[in-house]
Design a protein around this ligand. Structure first.
Ligand code: NAD
Length: 296
């Protein structure tokens, strides 16, 4: 028989992820303090619990999808004692590597099993069940989590021990943030040097400057009709989320003595962009910020 599931945090991501588990035949009890999320969960066929403790009391697996690490740790402190022995805790929130390790330690200390399983793929991937999961935890716990993650995602990778799934997520997104800034700076420099965006794209996309930020997500309109640049920079991947993920990368860079590099600089650039009111734009809109700052 399929394991029973409690799903805590039914927001933009967690709501559709939980709905996909129900569609696949899992019995899912949901909890979220927000009334709108509860109503949607009810429509999606979840059993809606009044409290997090009530949701986890009699299930085999607890999945969390929360905004940040403090909320995950606080919630674990609230619910770990209420869960059955050996419950499998899967945290899919994007949080600090250190918080992910602490969450797994607390779950283990309470007699449970735990993996961190952050995702990429965004709200569209959550709805379509095509997320990519990066998983940290033991072989055995990964094996237990795998069938559920397969329902919600298209790609599931076991990256290593506790916290290493989060490590994979922030390392990847750090590459993405840095490379988007690099590509954007090159377009703005090219413009100043009399090089058209199309000509730079045609050269770099076939040369050693080739990268995903250029050839799959080009930050200037024209060369790639499907990129957010052609749609007023509607996300896509919102700059606020890039700001968050680079903040987590910065924490890990500092905590591990990887200092003074492009990761910290990229985090500053996206943090400023976000706090100046651009968080709702796609992260490739950074090209316009660079161009504006280069005027005069
Ligand atoms: P969201 O704010 O839409 O949803 C979070 C939900 O958690 C909210 O509904 C909130 O009410 C609920 N919540 C807060 N405290 C709770 C508690 N104690 N118990 C139960 N529920 C609680 O955020 P989201 O966009 O769904 O993102 C969730 C996580 O996924 C974040 O860590 C984010 O970084 C990550 N993520 C998001 C995206 C994306 O595109 N949105 C992509 C990849 C990863």
């Amino acid at each position: 028989t399929q394991p029973s599931v409690a799903f805590l945090g039914l927001g933009h991501m967690g709501g559709p992820m939980a709905a996909n588990l129900v569609k696949a035949g899992y019995e899912v009890t949901g909890y979220d303090p927000v009334a709108a999320a509860q109503e949607q969960a009810h429509k999606d066929g979840l059993t809606v619990a009044d409290t997090a403790i009530a949701a986890v009391a009699d299930v085999d697996v607890v999945i969390t999808m929360l905004p940040n690490g403090k909320l995950v740790l606080d919630l674990y402190d609230e619910i770990l004692a209420a869960a059955k022995p050996s419950t499998l805790f899967i945290d899919s929130s994007t949080i600090d590597v250190a918080d992910a390790k602490a969450a797994a330690e607390r779950a283990h200390a309470a007699g449970h099993r735990a993996v961190d399983a952050p995702v990429s793929g965004g709200v569209a991937g959550a709805a379509a069940g095509t997320l990519a999961f990066m998983v940290g935890g033991s072989e055995a716990d990964f094996a237990s989590a795998h069938p559920l993650l397969d329902v919600m995602g298209a790609k599931v990778v076991h990256c290593g021990g506790s916290g290493v799934g989060q490590a994979a997520k922030i390392c990847n997104n750090m590459i993405l943030g840095i490379s988007m800034i690099a590509v954007s700076e090159a377009f703005v420099l090219g413009e100043k040097l009399g090089l058209t965006n199309q000509a730079l794209f045609d050269v770099a996309s076939n040369a050693s400057g080739q990268c995903w930020s250029l050839t799959s997500y080009c930050p200037v309109p024209g060369p790639l009709p499907a990129s957010p640049a052609n749609n007023d920079y509607q996300p896509g991947f919102a700059a606020a989320l890039m700001d968050k993920d680079l903040g987590l990368a910065s924490n890990a860079l500092r905590a591990n003595g990887v200092e003074d590099g492009l990761g910290l600089r990229a985090a500053e650039i996206y943090h400023r962009f976000n706090t100046e009111g651009n968080g709702g734009l796609d992260f490739s809109a950074i090209v316009n910020d660079i161009r504006t700052r280069s005027e005069g």
